[in-house]
Design a binder for this molecule. Structure first.
Ligand SMILES: Cc1cc2nc3c(=O)[nH]c(=O)nc-3n(C[C@H](O)[C@H](O)[C@H](O)COP(=O)(O)OP(=O)(O)OC[C@H]3O[C@@H](n4cnc5c(N)ncnc54)[C@H](O)[C@@H]3O)c2cc1C
Length: 394
């Protein structure tokens, strides 16, 4: 376990300690940290959101809020963002809250079925086949791939273009496409990224999303005008309709035998007095429940060296985390390490907030566990579709 000097400049920390632990690339224009998240929320104006959410270009016409990096790491909780739009125009508020519920649905689904979400869920589709589904040449695909690599953020519309192009049109295995996207996205979460891919390529619904010139002309018309292939567009027409075979039945989609386990503790679990608050990437905000309950304890974040080596996330993501912990260090006594967070938790008395992801089970001997800040408590009924899940929310 190596302690890093948090007072160093972010770029110095990155250069000194993260060699071999990332796949390179630039720093995103989206800043990490609670201060940046608070500023984004203070600026939030969702008037026009319902109509403009899917607009890609011009950038000034976009309705998307770009809150996802902060929501993904609970720098902003879904409840906080939900409450913030209470006075927005009705159609915009309803549409926006619907999307917040999609995020919550992704979390519930992943919490319940875990790594099963990496496999074809309800229908078969090209899954593990090798291949690059985004060969260069088309202005629309190049634009989206470039934004992904440069900034690590895309509007939902272009995420769908890319996922569809990768597998539905180009027949490359979606497992690899989602991994490439996950490495780059500043908001990359297994829950939402896997859900987004499963729903776009049709494994979640049986109806793959077809990407064609039509969407580009509607959402980013300027791209077609400058495209070298404008007179020979390879996506002039929608891809042929695919009829997908049913995948192996997954009983957990229909009901959860143990919704309590899925939700994690609903009350604080107190085993012994904690000496540290340990943050995880699922909860990095000033409002982290374990941190709020233990305001005077030192706060620790451990960069998981083995996981980073394996995942090879883009440099953007590491910068985002470094910016986030440095921002927190302006208000708290923060220590950062490179090593194994689970070992840190075994060897020290830590207070931590439960995270509804499979890797949380690697924590043992925790001194204090705080409930996850759900927007809606997970139920034990169907999660086969968003509407089935939503219909059963209390
Ligand atoms: C292939 C694919 C991959 C995706 N990968 C991710 C991912 O790794 N992380 C991630 O947070 N979202 C992911 N999404 C969902 C969605 O595209 C992003 O959350 C959204 O584009 C973020 O931009 P925004 O904050 O401006 O969203 P807004 O439109 O402003 O929506 C507000 C918030 O609602 C939530 N939200 C919106 N749309 C969705 C959705 N379809 N599913 C789940 N939550 C949603 C996000 O938290 C978002 O910040 C993916 C979607 C697809 C199709």
């Amino acid at each position: 376990m190596k302690r890093l000097d948090i007072s160093l400049d972010v770029a110095q920390l990155f250069d000194a300690h993260f060699v071999g632990l990332h796949s390179g690339g630039p720093r995103s224009s989206i800043a990490g940290g609670q201060s940046a998240a608070n500023a984004a929320l203070a600026d939030l104006d969702i008037a026009g959101y319902a109509k403009q959410r899917s607009q890609v270009l011009p950038i000034a016409a976009r309705g998307a809020t770009v809150l996802s990096p902060y929501i993904r790491h609970n720098l902003l909780t879904l409840q906080q963002v939900w409450n913030h739009v209470a006075k927005a125009p009705t159609a915009d508020r309803e549409k926006f809250r619907d999307e917040l519920l999609w995020q919550e649905y992704a979390r519930h689904l992943y919490a319940r079925i875990g790594t099963r979400l990496f496999e074809n869920l309800r229908f078969e589709q090209v899954w593990d086949e090798a291949g690059d589904g985004w060969p260069p040449g088309m202005a629309c695909v190049d634009f989206a791939v470039d934004a992904l690599s440069q900034d690590g953020w895309l509007v939902n519309q272009t995420r769908m273009w890319l996922a569809s192009q990768w597998s539905v049109r180009n027949q490359a295995g979606w497992l690899h496409g989602q991994e490439r996207m996950y490495r780059e996205l500043i908001d990359g979460s297994r829950a939402a990224n896997l859900l987004g891919w499963q729903w776009t390529v049709g494994t979640g619904t049986g109806k793959p999303y077809g990407f064609a010139r039509w969407q580009v002309q509607k959402r980013a018309p300027v791209l077609c005008g400058g495209c070298a292939l404008k007179r020979n567009c390879p996506i002039e027409n929608f891809p042929d309709e695919q009829s997908l075979a049913a995948a192996a039945f997954e009983p957990l989609l229909l009901s959860d035998p143990d919704p309590q386990r899925t939700a994690g503790p609903l009350l604080v679990v107190e085993n012994r007095a904690p000496q540290y608050v340990l943050l995880t990437i699922d909860s990095l905000g000033d409002g982290d429940p374990a941190l709020v309950a233990n305001p005077t304890l030192p706060v620790v974040f451990v960069f998981n060296e083995a996981a980073l080596k394996k995942l090879q996330l883009s440099a953007k993501r590491i910068f985002f985390y470094l910016e986030t912990v440095q921002d927190l260090a302006e208000r708290k006594d923060v220590q950062i390490y490179l090593g194994d967070p689970h070992q840190f938790a075994r060897e020290n008395a830590v207070a931590v907030t439960y995270a509804p992801v499979p890797s949380f089970q690697k924590f043992t001997g925790l001194a204090q566990v705080h409930p996850y800040p759900w927007l809606k408590k997970p139920h034990g009924q169907s999660v086969r579709s968003f509407s089935a899940w939503r219909g059963k929310l209390g």
